[in-house]
Design a protein around this ligand. Structure first.
Ligand code: NI
Length: 144
């Protein structure tokens, strides 16, 4: 595994709409492993591919209950709402209140290309919304 450089705000790469990840090969697995190492080292609870300069639709989340890898995630259900502080590894030292759904259900693929469906609430739902936003070039500061 290797640490990757986290792209910071101001870099255009954070504003692009990412493309579908079509291959589930060793390169993807290596990238996901690197992303996890990078996220944990930075004390983050999520990281999206564009944040390490890769314009593909995948991200990871870990709010303390284990690593979740989401390839081509699509949020298919949202309910309720929560207001809370949010930050981003690409926007150092900035924390703002953002309203997000309380519960989300996301459909995605795992690292082997298997279809998965995950329902999450609270902080995990927030993190999933934040990371899937990254795949569409949206930053949390756009949602204040
Ligand atoms: Ni972020």
């Amino acid at each position: 595994m290797a640490l990757r450089n986290i792209v910071k705000i101001g870099d255009d790469v954070l504003r692009k709409v990412c493309r579908t990840q079509l291959t589930f090969d060793d390169k993807l697995k290596q990238t996901l492993d690197d992303m996890a190492e990078t996220m944990y080292k930075a004390d983050g609870v999520g990281l999206a591919a564009p944040q390490i300069g890769i314009l593909r639709r995948f991200c990871i989340v870990d709010v303390g209950d284990g690593l979740l890898e989401l390839i081509n995630p699509v949020i298919i259900e949202k309910s309720g709402s929560q207001k809370g502080n949010e930050g981003c590894l690409s926007i150092p030292n900035r924390y703002e209140e953002v309203v997000r759904p309380m519960t989300v259900t996301v459909k995605a693929q795992d690292r082997d290309g298997n279809n998965i469906t995950v329902t999450a609430e609270g902080l995990k739902a927030r993190a999933i919304c934040h990371e899937t936003d990254h795949l569409n070039g949206i930053l949390f500061t756009d949602r204040i």
